[in-house]
Design a protein around this ligand. Structure first.
Ligand SMILES: Cc1ncc(COP(=O)(O)O)c(C=O)c1O
Length: 341
């Protein structure tokens, strides 16, 4: 009953097996190993984009920050939802890696920007001539921090508005696989076909030990990314251990199967909780994260039974929780939680 986060899980056995296998013998380092060539080829297939540039890093924070640094100048405004991970949970790393770009909060219910809220922000910022920051880039998170999911059409509507102002778009896909499974979209439909220029393609939360791919659809940006990654201290020497994880993650669509399991367990949990008339979900929960609210007493019962999750602020007399399922959540875990509740 461990629902604190999807990183509370270990790594998938297939990923661990690949790490052990790659541990034998010698290879070149720094991404020049054979495994990386295969990862690049496979991600190009997954994204249906034969020229995509692919780089691996070990954290989602640096994937986002380096991706944004490719597109934002120090004097740029980066538009993102007010709750975006880049704005709330990365300790200023995007600002650091861009040498000072300014994050601009965009409003929107359920963790999602809308064409209206994005238009308002785009019109509000960047008109001050030399005195103000200049419009630089858009960043969209999918799955969002509220556990909701943008459809590919919704992503396309936002990137089109950004493009009208000449702005490129980044997609924070720490939970990209969960978003695709929930939206029923392909990787291509959710990204470059929807106007996205660069993606942080998450692995860690969905079964890897620690690896994320940055996928850049404009090959002309590739060399600059390499330089930024090295200069930022994120070019791994024994890079084969990143590549082996990503290769196993992509093999036989493991990434999509793991996300489907996490999402199915999310649906089971959401359904079980909302069968109780006392429980409300604050946001739609189509993927593997939900924010539930219930009457006082729920926390005590659940904690006594050994459940783990994050408490959320709640109004008087109510309690709230953030619950996240993962690829290794089982129906038994969910049912035990529901029974304890
Ligand atoms: C939406 C989102 N983006 C990025 C990250 C960054 O991941 P990391 O902790 O690996 O830097 C997270 C992790 O919680 C996340 O939820």
């Amino acid at each position: 009953m461990f629902f604190t986060s999807d990183n509370a899980s270990g790594a998938a056995p297939e990923v661990m097996a690949a790490l052990l296998q790659t541990n034998d013998g010698y290879t070149r380092g720094y991404g020049a190993e054979e495994q990386m060539a295969r990862v690049t080829a496979r991600l190009r297939e997954v994204f249906e984009h034969p020229e995509a540039a692919v780089y691996l890093v070990a954290t989602g924070t640096v994937a986002n920050s380096l991706a944004l640094a490719l597109y934002a100048q120090p004097w740029s405004a980066i538009f993102a939802h007010a709750d975006a991970h880049i704005a709330q949970d990365e300790c200023g790393a995007p600002e650091f890696y861009t040498n000072g770009a300014k994050l601009i909060s965009v409003a929107g219910a359920h963790g999602k920007m809308t064409p209206e809220t994005l238009t308002a922000a785009l019109n509000r910022v960047g008109n001050g001539g030399v005195h103000g920051v200049q419009r630089g880039a858009l960043s969209i998170t999918n799955v969002t921090e509220a556990g909701t999911v943008y459809t590919a059409a919704e992503v396309a509507a936002l990137t089109a508005l950004a493009r009208e102002k000449g702005l490129p778009s980044h997609l924070d896909g720490a939970r990209f696989a969960n978003a695709l499974v929930a939206a029923g979209a392909t990787a291509a439909q959710m990204t470059w076909q929807a106007g996205v220029d660069v993606v942080s393609f998450g692995g860690t939360k969905n079964g890897c030990l620690g690896v994320e791919a940055v996928v850049i659809f404009d090959a002309k940006k590739a060399w600059e990314f390499e330089l930024r990654r090295k200069r930022g201290g994120h070019l791994f020497s024994k890079h084969r251990f990143l590549a082996a994880q990503m290769e196993a993650y992509l093999q036989d669509d493991l990434w999509l199967r793991l996300a489907a399991q996490a999402n199915a367990m999310g649906a089971r949990l959401a359904q079980g909780l909302t069968a109780n008339p006392d429980v409300t979900l604050r946001h739609p929960a189509p993927a593997n994260m939900m924010f539930a609210e219930w009457a006082e007493g729920g926390h005590a019962r659940l904690r006594a039974a050994g459940a783990s999750y994050y408490d959320m602020p709640a109004p008087q007399g109510r309690e709230a929780a953030r619950l996240v399922t993962s690829f290794c959540t089982t129906p038994e875990d969910v049912d035990a939680f529901l029974a304890a509740f």
